[in-house]
Design a binder for this molecule. Structure first.
Ligand SMILES: Nc1nc2c(ncn2[C@@H]2O[C@H](COP(=O)(O)OP(=O)(O)OP(=O)(O)O)[C@@H](O)[C@H]2O)c(=O)[nH]1
Ligand SMILES: [Mg+2]
Length: 357
């Protein structure tokens, strides 16, 4: 039977990078893997990026796995009937929590004849933990980000400290100690999807299966949860950019992402841009001021035309992000580029109403 690995964890914590690296590693072991991404909107970097990596990629859009459980289940069923993968890896929306009760448990209780749930991993951004979480009061959370991250950590059976290549040994120890105090019974793992540290052991454990005992539900006040999610503006847009033939995608994308250092945008939880050219693709992410690129056959040298997909989740009204993008377009046009076929959608996440509450 197809095995399911569900990934949770806050915005920008490294879920998609982990999903892509895990899928590639499992395929190298001879397993057939499909991935499912999820978002409140559509036009998703997280679906296109694995696809460009050659991974069988699907999405549930327009709502999260918990609120759209029947869509999630249908997608799982159709992936299984289409290609019978050995493993499906599914990535939940980063602002979602209570996934153990609303997605994992129902899948095990009511749909074990469809798919075998093997793991629910919650990624915790090692860098963000170091720079922010240690300073926050995740034991008595008040701010939006605190409420969501704190619950995600406390409801989890397996926590994966991500991006460990950016941490030294004492920071790793500090991270483990902090998370262990927040969730004393947790199975704690350290992993860098970038260097592969911890990946093989974690995948072995996932294939074997974790206990998945979520009988004790960690309470969360859904009004507080809704208010926390509603602090984030959500923007997904795409356009084509045409220039002279001296555009280097790498040089082009970094200044563009630097522009997200803008007080009008509040705390940018994650801004990610995917540039696709005939020869390759480049994803550049801005997470907490840290800008980093992930490349697929890096577009060599100069190109004339690129498809741009931009997804932003930030603690500000979505109109601020829309205006920011219009500013980016004006700036590009001043520099002689032509922007065309622009489409976008933006929203504030609506209150979570899980199908299985
Ligand atoms: N150095 C380093 N960076 C990483 C690692 N994993 C992810 N990142 C970077 O973190 C940023 C965000 O990664 P994503 O995988 O897109 O994060 P996500 O959790 O899927 O983000 P959302 O879907 O928006 O919630 C990207 O710049 C990645 O390159 C890692 O192991 N090491
Ligand atoms: Mg993602």
């Amino acid at each position: 039977m197809t095995k399911l690995i569900l990934l949770g964890g806050f915005l920008g914590s490294g879920k998609t990078t982990f999903m892509v690296q895990a899928a590639s590693a499992l395929e190298k072991r001879g397993l057939k893997v499909s991935v499912i991404s999820n978002d409140q909107g559509d036009t998703l970097v997280d679906t296109m990026f694995p696809m460009l990596e050659g991974i069988d990629s699907h999405e549930v859009s327009g709502g999260c796995f918990c609120c759209r459980f029947p869509d999630f289940l249908e997608t799982v069923k159709s992936v299984i009937s289409e290609r019978e993968p050995d493993v499906i890896i599914a990535e939940a929306v980063g602002s979602c929590t209570d996934l153990a009760a609303t997605v994992v448990n129902p899948m095990i209780q009511f749909h074990s004849d469809t798919v075998e749930v093997k793991a629910f991993l919650t990624l915790v951004d090692g860098l963000r933990l170091q720079k922010e979480y240690l300073e926050m009061d995740l034991f008595r959370p008040l701010q939006a980000g605190e409420v969501l991250v704190s619950h995600q950590i406390r409801e989890s059976e397996v926590l994966v400290v991500s991006k460990t290549d950016l941490l030294d040994d004492s920071q790793k120890e500090g991270a483990a100690g902090f998370l262990g105090r927040l969730n004393p019974s947790v199975d704690l793992r350290l992993c860098s999807a970038r260097t592969g540290e911890g990946m093989d052991e974690l995948l072995d454990a996932c294939l074997k299966g974790f206990p998945l005992d979520f009988s004790e539900r960690i309470p969360i006040d859904y009004d507080v949860y809704a208010a926390a999610e509603a602090e984030y503006g959500w923007y997904n847009g795409s356009w084509i950019i045409e220039g002279s033939d001296d555009t280097d995608p790498m040089e082009f994308s970094f200044p563009l992402m630097e522009s997200f250092r803008n007080p009008e945008l509040g705390d940018v939880a994650h801004a990610k841009i995917l540039l696709t050219t005939p020869s390759g693709a480049l994803k550049v992410s801005y997470v907490m001021g840290h800008i980093q690129a992930d490349e697929i056959n890096v577009p060599e040298g100069m190109v004339r035309e690129m498809q741009v997909v931009l997804n932003v989740r930030s603690a500000c009204p979505p109109e601020n992000i829309e205006n920011h993008v219009l500013g980016i377009h004006r700036d590009l046009e001043k520099r002689g580029f032509k922007v065309r076929d622009y489409s976008w959608n933006s929203l504030v996440p609506s209150p979570p109403e899980p199908y299985y509450s």
